[in-house]
Design a protein around this ligand. Structure first.
Ligand code: PHE
Length: 346
């Protein structure tokens, strides 16, 4: 019976069949179990004769069961592995690729250009108080920029009773930086700003980059050199010339509106550009000036010791000029067709 049992076990086709054979031999009512039980009713002589045989039988069957189980497990694993194998040589499915939005792209470029000139990147919150957005920047209560139609105000004031608003420019970051950092200071502050305005060239949210330098002996020459170096790097051309027009900002004195110009090439049109008699196209680009002494003093610095310049430039406008886009609103539609038309989409 040993040979028969062992042969059956070796031929068991799967784990269920094997388990049935195990129960039939070694289970409670199994044939080998019955033999073992029968030892109890034997005479000592019979027991001595048959006992070792029965035990040998049980061991042989137990070993055969373990062998077959190991073989069946290994076969099952092989089948599973074959079914789950990943073919690393197959080409991957093509997935649509994202890309950096032109506004983010330009902000990255600006950070890089200014990093080369030793500027760090500073940030501030988009929800500001009216002291940092206006008062500290020498914008009096009566200034038109404070009129309700330009500024988004929150209904409640902060703990100190200051009116809360969505910042209308990145200039409050000047205040935050001068109040938290010892000069010399050299920062740019990119970010979102908000004004209640909307047409083809204005959106209620847009992007600015603020620049601020505070040090000893800073003058307009530093401002002009910095802007010229920045604009040549940004537009990737050396023939750029700047025109500083007298202007007014409460937080700079003197203030200058900066136009950028370069020779018009035939067939090359600059969006928003106006040609002059020298063949230059001029574009109004940014606001700038020497930081007003009052602003420096408002931040707790001595304006006799520290001077500086500041500028603010529209990032969206810079992107439009570089990439030839003409409708500002399309920047914020998230339309992939528009993005890919200008080389940004998938
Ligand atoms: N904050 C000004 C604006 O939003 C720009 C500016 C910044 C002008 C810094 C001068 C100096 O129009």
């Amino acid at each position: 019976i040993q040979t028969r049992l062992v042969d059956d076990i070796a031929a068991a086709g799967d784990l269920d069949a094997l388990e049935a054979l195990r129960v039939a031999a070694l289970g409670k009512a199994g044939s080998i179990t019955a033999l073992l039980k029968s030892l109890g009713g034997m005479t000592p002589d019979e027991r001595q004769a048959q006992g070792p045989q029965i035990h040998t039988l049980r061991e042989a069957v137990t070993a055969a069961l373990a062998n077959r189980k190991a073989a069946l497990d290994a076969a099952a694993l092989d089948i599973k592995l074959a079914a789950e194998a990943i073919d690393m040589s197959l080409p991957a499915d093509a997935a649509p690729r994202g890309s950096v939005h032109p506004v983010s792209q330009v902000m990255d470029e600006l950070a890089e250009i200014f990093a080369d000139m030793g500027f760090a990147v500073a940030t501030g919150p988009e929800i500001e108080d009216d002291w940092r957005n206006f008062t500290a920047l020498n914008i009096p209560e009566t200034h038109p920029a404070r009129a309700m139609h330009d500024t988004f105000y929150f209904p409640d004031t902060d703990a100190e009773g200051r009116a809360m608003l969505l910042r209308t420019h990145t200039s409050p970051v000047q205040i935050r930086t001068m109040m938290s950092q010892e000069p010399p200071i050299r920062i740019i502050a990119p970010g979102r700003v908000y004004r209640s305005d909307s047409d083809a060239t204005h959106t209620p949210m847009f992007h600015q980059v603020e620049g601020l330098v505070i040090d000893r002996g800073i003058h307009m020459g530093h401002l002009k050199w910095t802007l010229e170096t920045f604009l040549k790097a940004y537009f990737e051309r050396d023939d750029i010339v700047l025109r500083l027009r007298p202007s007014y900002f409460p937080f700079t004195e003197p203030s200058a509106e900066v136009d950028v110009g370069y020779k018009q090439e035939k067939g090359r049109r600059i969006v928003g550009g106006h040609g002059d008699d020298d063949g230059h196209a001029w574009m109004e680009l940014l606001g700038s000036g020497m930081v007003n002494r009052r602003v420096i003093a408002n931040c707790g610095l001595d304006p006799d010791e520290w001077q500086g310049f500041a500028f603010g430039v529209g990032v969206d406008r810079l992107a439009m000029l570089k990439y030839g886009m003409d409708d500002l609103r399309a920047f914020f539609d998230g339309d992939l067709r528009w993005l890919s038309h200008y080389g940004f989409g998938a």
